[in-house]
Design a protein around this ligand. Structure first.
Ligand SMILES: *Cc1c(COP(=O)(O)O)cnc(C)c1O
Length: 387
């Protein structure tokens, strides 16, 4: 079966043809066992790493269904769920790194991850180096004690696409696990694990949910790397509610249809904006002006609806006014939902490995599922207001 078909079926084989299409929401802390022997057997299997329903905090059947679908999406061996995307990312760091270790993190990382590195990791005596988005700059910061490479593609706000296969070649040679934040592609347009990465993380909060009403993170790992993540989650009692797992799984079932529309709307808006006098530059991986565009063409099967623009230098100071003139684009940060959003971004203070030389102020746009003609009219009116 093709992938879109599989994504509407995962986890259902065991339920047979009769009964509801969707899984039950199994709310549980305690599980009762029929005998002590049975209880001991389940616990023993659980302690070897087998995914088995044993206690609420160790995952419910509803959460297992979502995990299966995420493994299918990202092409991994095991997947783990977290109360937010950021919690999933922090868990990867803490599961793999200890005092005296070093981690290399891409300079264009989601800003709260940088803060996590600067506060939590430093306090735990983990060395952190940021590298400019490119293989050479990564190679320059790698050390003998580097135990993790953390990448995000495309980059936060500025959309540089990383050469994951080239980075993976470098990390594999040194047996360093490579973790990639794959939220932008939703796991649908790109599979970092197939490109050589060991761990893929995603904010399920964004496209997989799709309705701006859920917080969740997911980590999908290869056979070689799932164990430390499994152990860390167990040791900390990390779990998600079965109700939230159900909502996320329902979102995942319609991901392919929604993402195609996000892609189409994003491309329409980006094209119109790129042709507008008031716009200096469009930062969208599907546009040749975006760093890594050729890599995007090679490694991604499409583009989601999130991109940025820079206004003409003489209009850059009016970016806030432009944002506030928009009527259909909500002012908000957590993208991937059905309503279009807009956010001013200043990349300069977010970079430490290299200085940002582009526009002082960018405007990030999350294209929702509205009729693109309405969105375009709104953008044109707001541009005219500042011109
Ligand atoms: C939003 C986001 C996260 C964090 O997800 P939350 O669920 O909001 O914690 C991580 N990475 C990227 C790229 C994001 O956009």
């Amino acid at each position: 079966m093709k992938r879109d078909t599989r994504l509407t079926r995962t986890g259902q084989e065991t339920r047979g043809a009769e009964g509801p299409i969707n899984p039950s929401i199994v709310r549980a802390s305690t599980l009762r066992f029929s005998s002590l022997e049975r209880m001991r057997d389940v616990r023993a299997r659980r302690d070897t790493g087998e995914r088995i329903f044993s206690y609420g905090a160790r995952g419910t059947p509803t959460a297992f269904e979502l995990e299966d679908a995420l493994c299918e999406l990202e092409g991994g061996a095991r997947s783990f769920l977290y109360p937010s995307g950021l919690c999933g990312i922090g868990s990867v760091f803490l599961a793999i790194l200890g005092a005296g270790d070093h981690v290399a993190v891409v300079d264009t990382v989601y800003p709260p991850v940088r803060k996590f590195c600067e506060r939590v990791l430093k306090r735990n005596r983990v060395g952190v180096s940021f590298f400019a988005p490119g293989v050479r700059s990564l190679e320059a910061v790698l050390r003998t004690d580097t135990r993790l490479v953390y990448a995000e593609s495309p980059g936060f706000g500025t959309f540089e696409i990383l050469d994951i296969p080239a980075i993976a070649e470098l990390t594999k040679r040194r047996s360093i696990p490579l973790c990639v934040d794959n939220t932008w592609s939703a796991g649908y347009f790109c599979q970092p694990l197939a490109l050589g990465a060991d761990i893929a993380v995603q904010a399920v909060t964004k496209y997989i949910c799709g309705y701006s009403d859920l917080m969740m993170g997911a980590v999908v790992a290869t056979e070689q790397w799932w164990r430390p993540l499994h152990e860390f989650g167990t040791d900390l009692g990390i779990c998600v509610s079965p109700d939230d797992a159900y909502i996320a799984l329902r979102g995942l079932r319609s991901l392919s249809a929604r993402l195609r529309r996000h892609e189409e709307n994003g491309l329409r808006l980006a094209t119109v904006l790129s042709e507008s006098d008031e716009v200096e530059r469009v930062l969208h991986p599907a546009f040749p002006s975006c760093p890594g565009h050729e890599i995007w063409k090679r490694d991604f099967s499409g583009a989601s609806g999130l991109f940025s623009i820079a206004l003409r230098p003489d209009l850059v100071d009016k970016s806030d006014q432009f944002v506030e003139s928009l009527r259909l684009f909500g002012l908000g940060s957590s993208w991937g939902g059905y309503q279009s959003l807009v956010l001013p971004i200043d990349p300069s203070p977010l970079r430490t490995a290299t200085a940002w030389t582009g526009a002082r102020r960018l405007v990030r746009i999350s294209a929702g599922l509205e009729d693109p003609d309405d969105l375009i009219e709104d953008l044109k009116t707001a541009l005219a207001a500042i011109a």
